[in-house]
Design a protein around this ligand. Sequence first.
Ligand code: NAP
Length: 293
Amino acid sequence: MSLPSDVKTLPGGTFNMAEDLTVTRMGYGAMQLAGPGVFGPPADRDAAVSVLREAIELGITHIDTSDYYGPHFTNQIIKEALHPYGDDLHIVTKVGALRDAQGGWSEARAPQQLRQAVYDNLRNLGLDALDVVNLRMGGTGSPTPGSLAEPFSVLAQLAQEGLIKHLGISTVSAEQVAEAQAIAPVVCVQNYYNIAHRADDNLIDSLAAQGIAYVPYFPLGGFSPLQSDTLTSVARRLDSTPMTVALAWLLQRSTNILLIPGTSSIAHLRDNVKGAALTLSEDDLAELNGIAS
Ligand SMILES: NC(=O)c1ccc[n+]([C@@H]2O[C@H](COP(=O)([O-])OP(=O)(O)OC[C@H]3O[C@@H](n4cnc5c(N)ncnc54)[C@H](OP(=O)(O)O)[C@@H]3O)[C@@H](O)[C@H]2O)c1
């Protein structure tokens, strides 16, 4: 499938995260563009560049990234593929972790580490200011109780300095969202959520009521791709695929959900954009809602 570049009606339409920040609800997660284990360069850099350019060609205006993907390689490839960026493109990044020499992930939320991470994102993306920076809290997948006030205040200070336009938070609880909101406006929350993993149902509804975007990571299961007989049978009945039904379900779950599925494949990118347009009936939804119970 190929859509002309002036088509703005991607599945789900658009979402206003802030006055100067409208994105297509169908976005793209760039994590899969780095090498194996999100470490090192991709085997085929030209292919990675092509996937990014295709995302823009399809009309996507929201790319999710981090400078710790690679590290650095993913952002450098985004810059190579897309710089100078179109006015309507918004690149959302995140800080709060570092990679060690073996590719391991460690916390990096000290003030100087956060400041350095923002500088690294600016340099590698070729920007003067970052549209959105998410503060990564928690472990892989689930929030860790505790205060985020100190690191989030550092990002709020960097926003006041003009290096960041908007702030978000990632892998956080409802309590941590409220704590962050008392320090500075939060335009998005990025947590682990998909059709089979629905711990955040209440949080999504509360953010929707406040007009705040909820951006599920691992929308397709991430490193453990979604596997469900129900998903497979519904997809077969609708002449679709399990992955695209999972994306369509997310778009229908709540209007504040933004999709950032990751892929290193142009074919999968096109499938995801086309497939997410599927309209699921009440019966389909009832059946699919049983997956998580
Ligand atoms: N805030 C955080 O802590 C955090 C954590 C993890 C991820 N993220 C963000 O969330 C984004 C999405 O997460 P993710 O990429 O880890 O996981 P995901 O989107 O759930 O799944 C990506 C996997 O699905 C495969 N895939 C994609 N489309 C497919 C299709 N149509 N058919 C079959 N397989 C398909 C990809 O393989 P192929 O490459 O072969 O298509 C890849 O292995 C990331 O890119 C990143 O930007 C944020």
